[in-house]
Write a protein that binds this ligand. Structure first.
Ligand code: FAD
Length: 365
């Protein structure tokens, strides 16, 4: 869907229309909500659509002459499809799927794009002592959160142990020149879904940058890269929602400009069995979905891929180790914890003074 907007608009949420229902089921935890009054607004082009099993939304303020919504949509989707062809585990022909099927334990050459994402995953794994682990794929798939159909049933302890034996980020070695990876066991299976939305947002943002576009907001599910200002010449207002499975309630609005922001949570992609919730965030140490009071973790930073991965990592670390790591590493993170029936939100020390950076003084897009 694509729209040229220049009329005044009230509280705008990309989930209006058909997207609303679909977004409610997707991992769209951040919403680019912008409070636009009826003062002077710059012209806006917005496009949205399906990608990576979820949704994207792109807004461009003051688009260059000649850029139509149709052209923008085509360029956005070509960029996202290129990412999918490199790092999807849902596309059997993607470079990652072919790598996962390769049983070799020798060096396997990979594209620099795929290498960059795997390397970021390994960096976050080292930072989090393996709480984040891109080799967690066999467990993700066993619990029904991968390309295969969901079972809605917890696997047997024996199946968990068998999958757990194939997991371990230290079984994956990197060589930078020429870019290659080596699996110390041939059945290693890499899952980059915790980074993929961010990769998509970064690539689309860079594609717009290359056309001289300096004011845009790119959202791929729960990961957003916002450049410059919205149509009112102000930072983009990004909503962090309450971690509630069946409601969309804004918990906090964060002004974002020239930053990326990503939220991971346990309340969108899960199944329940006998009153217990099993979410798609897997603890590589136990082989099972995380059990913590942390409903969602949001991270702000320069690159969408990085904050996407870190948000997942903080979720897996949970409501004690997550905030501790964020403070220790100076991350700009925000946590929403379930305290009995109430939700308690709090930011890391760096979250407060990091929500808006490099705001140009004149405020004109
Ligand atoms: P995040 O917290 O960002 O990521 C959670 C995901 O990370 C889990 O689903 C799991 O895959 C992985 N993970 C879980 N635990 C860990 C851990 N400890 N360390 C590292 N990673 C972990 N889904 C579809 O249904 N259909 C599709 O066609 C499809 N295509 C995709 C194509 C691409 C290129 C990518 C990257 C993903 C695709 N997905 C698809 C998956 C879907 O987009 C993901 O479920 C979603 O991106 C996860 O993002 P999130 O914000 O919901 O959760």
């Amino acid at each position: 869907m694509s729209r040229n907007q220049s009329a005044c608009s009230r509280l705008q949420h990309p989930a209006h229309g058909i997207l609303a229902r679909r977004l409610a089921q997707s991992a769209f935890m951040l919403a680019a909500i912008w409070l636009v009054g009826c003062e002077r607004e710059a012209p806006l082009i917005e496009v949205e659509g399906p990608t990576m099993g979820t949704y994207y939304s792109v807004k461009v303020v003051n688009a260059p002459a000649g850029l139509t919504a149709q052209t923008l949509q085509h360029e956005v989707e070509s960029t996202l499809n290129q990412v999918i062809s490199e790092i999807s585990t849902y596309d059997p022909n993607s470079e990652l799927s072919r790598l996962n099927r390769n049983p070799s334990t020798d060096w396997i050459p990979v594209s620099s794009n795929l290498f960059e994402v795997i390397a970021e995953g390994q960096r976050i794994a080292a930072l989090t002592d393996g709480a984040f682990d891109v080799t967690v794929g066999p467990l993700v798939n066993l619990w029904g959160f991968g390309p295969e159909a969901k079972t809605g049933e917890p696997p047997t302890p024996e199946a968990i142990q068998a999958a757990l034996a194939r997991v371990g980020w230290k079984n994956l070695e990197l060589r930078t020149e020429p870019p290659a990876i080596r699996k110390t066991r041939g059945d290693l299976y890499i899952d980059l879904s915790a980074l993929g939305e961010g990769v998509g947002a970064d690539r689309v943002s860079a594609m717009l940058d290359a056309q001289g576009i300096r004011h845009d907001m790119v959202a791929v599910a729960g990961t957003i890269r916002a450049k410059g200002y919205n149509a009112k010449g102000q930072p983009w207002s990004i909503a962090i929602e309450e971690p509630l499975p069946d409601q969309r309630i804004v918990h906090r609005i964060v002004p974002v400009s020239d930053r990326a922001i990503s939220t991971s949570g346990d309340y969108r992609n899960f199944f329940e069995k006998d009153g217990k919730r099993y979410s798609h965030e897997i603890d590589p140490k136990t082989g099972s979905p995380i059990e913590s009071h942390l409903g969602s973790a949001t991270v702000m930073g320069d690159r969408a891929m990085v904050v996407d991965g870190l948000a997942t990592a903080l979720m897996v670390l949970g409501d004690k180790r997550g905030p501790a790591l964020a403070a220790d590493q100076g991350l700009a993170a925000y946590f929403i914890v379930r305290d009995g029936t109430t939700l308690r939100g709090f930011g890391s020390p760096n979250f407060g003074n990091d929500t808006v950076s490099a705001i140009r003084q004149n405020g004109n897009p």
